[in-house]
Design a protein around this ligand. Structure first.
Ligand code: NAD
Length: 478
């Protein structure tokens, strides 16, 4: 087969594989280069999301949630289960099965659409050429009319807590623990820390989270992060803010962690320590010196709004470029690039990207937060509806949290929505669609919502923006 392609995609995570499939659907001769191999040296498609990120973590979150529900929450329904047992090996096997099914699914979709999967590490050369080195060291060169770089991101390591993959582990290791640690330390109370901390807390670990910042989830709307902190505290997550880890060492089969906070230096001993302090772009060794692609000081590939790098016909999408590290953001960027290669005027709406933390309750958001609007001097109004006033949430024994809608004070256009609650990930999507269509809060308020549903809380929050909520006492608006 010829090594000339209309498009070579580097990386088969959600940004890369979606772009490759889309391109093949539109008639481009497309190859996707991926270096990930399984333990039998078989090419593994799907990237971080499918192999060691979104999907396996959600599998563990669901298994652990069901266990915690059986143990703690069923008696209220009149169901009693004595001494429920948990089988960690079964949980891991289920997770692995889902991963295998989905990664195999990508291979099937590649085959169906005619995408050529190429195993090896890619390097971008001058003049839209790609060098691929496979696991045995064989090198070949691909000629491409266009290149999309979607090489993703890697966990950040910090010098005080070097990963040893046994006691001090990163987010990948935290998906493979074969026993429930009695005491689990987590460095970083961000998205990954909260999700993985929740998994092992539900299974019985005592979880201490050490977060360097003084504020909890500062990128979320403050009203939501404040409420979430209370809920997680009740769940037994011991979140210590302003805690900067200065040392972690393994002693006698435990990890001894030293951290400093406003009241001095502290020491804690854990069975395992998860380091979840962020991710960095996977851009090292990806380019020849004359490739023409430039990186910023943090290693992200420099791109414009259309994901064009500084080298002609070379694009970059997903975690390796600016913006939130979210699978769906990368996928949509990939689709935009392919459509533009095909001559269409596609563009991304970066103001309308939902983000979710899959704790229970979930935290989901789209658009601007109240604190951002205050900082920018934008006049706004808010409507809040608590799930405690939702019949459906009460029936499901899930009354925690709220929906908060933010609209422009004059135009009433929805500027943001922030949700803490069961199924927040799915609820926020309704507002994403509304925002994509330039909806006002009143548009949502005038929409018929089915009863009884959790979605009614979105409706009521939209009504509350102008003080018209039915199922709560309306407050005077600012
Ligand atoms: P994050 O940025 O969400 O959180 C890392 C936290 O670690 C921050 O709060 C930071 O202040 C803290 N920190 C950094 N250095 C520290 C130190 N020395 N001591 C104590 N705390 C320290 O990063 P993450 O949780 O690692 O996630 C990485 C990326 O992956 C994020 O961009 C996230 O959006 C993405 N992700 C998304 C999902 C999802 O969509 N549900 C799930 C997992 C990861």
């Amino acid at each position: 087969m010829s090594d000339k392609y209309d498009l070579v995609v580097i990386g088969s995570g959600p940004a890369g594989y979606v772009a490759a499939i889309k391109a093949a659907q539109l008639g481009l001769k497309t190859a996707c280069v991926e270096q990930w191999l399984d333990d039998k040296d078989k090419l593994q498609l799907g990237g971080t999301c499918l192999n060691v990120g979104c999907i396996p973590s959600k599998a563990l979150l669901d298994s652990s949630y069901k266990f915690a529900e059986v143990r703690d929450d069923l008696s209220v329904h009149g169901i009693s289960v004595k001494n429920p047992k948990f089988d960690v090996a079964a949980m891991l096997a289920r997770k692995d099965k889902i991963v295998t099914q989905l990664t195999g699914g990508i291979a099937g979709l590649f085959k169906h659409n005619g995408v050529t999967a190429i195993s090896g590490k890619a390097k971008v050369l001058f003049g839209t050429k790609v060098e691929v080195t496979d696991a045995k060291g064989n090198v070949k060169e691909l000629e491409a009319s266009n290149i999309i770089i979607a090489a993703g991101s890697l966990p950040v390591n910090i010098p005080p807590a070097p990963i040893d993959n046994e006691y001090i582990i990163d987010s990948t290791g935290a998906l493979e623990l074969t026993e429930i640690p009695a005491r689990l330390g987590v460095i970083g109370a961000g998205v990954i820390g909260l999700e993985l901390g929740s998994v092992w807390r539900r299974l019985g670990s005592e979880v201490v989270m050490l977060e360097a910042l003084d504020d909890f989830l500062p990128m979320m709307d403050l009203q939501i992060s404040k409420e979430a902190a209370k809920v997680f505290k009740k769940q037994g997550l011991d979140i210590r803010l302003g805690a900067r880890v200065t040392n972690a060492e393994v002693k006698d089969g435990s990890v001894v962690v030293t951290y400093s906070s406003a009241d001095g230096e502290h020491t804690e001993t854990f069975d395992k320590l998860i380091v979840a302090v962020g991710r960095k772009p996977n851009s090292e060794g990806l380019f020849a010196s004359d490739s023409g692609v430039t990186l910023d000081e943090r290693g992200f590939i420099y791109v414009n709004d259309y994901c064009e790098t500084e080298a002609p016909h070379v694009y970059a999408v997903g975690d390796i470029v600016r913006g939130p590290m979210l699978a769906h953001k990368g996928s949509e960027e990939g689709v935009m690039v392919v459509e533009r290669i095909m001559g269409e005027q596609a563009q991304m709406n970066y103001d309308c990207i939902p983000s979710v933390i899959y704790t229970h309750p979930e935290i989901a958001a789209v658009g601007r937060t109240e604190q951002e609007l205050i900082a920018d001097g934008v006049e706004y109004k808010t409507g809040v509806f608590p799930f405690a006033a939702s019949g459906r949430a009460l029936a499901a024994n899930d009354p925690q949290g709220m929906v908060k809608m933010i609209a422009h004070a004059e135009t009433d256009r929805i500027l943001g929505c922030h949700i803490l609650g069961a199924s927040a990930a799915d609820l926020v999507q309704q507002v994403v669609i509304a925002m994509e269509f330039g909806s006002s809060a009143e548009d949502l308020a005038l929409t018929v919502f089915g009863h009884p549903t959790l979605s009614e809380a979105v409706h009521e929050a939209a009504l509350a923006v102008d003080g018209h909520a039915i199922h709560i006492a309306n407050r005077k608006k600012r």
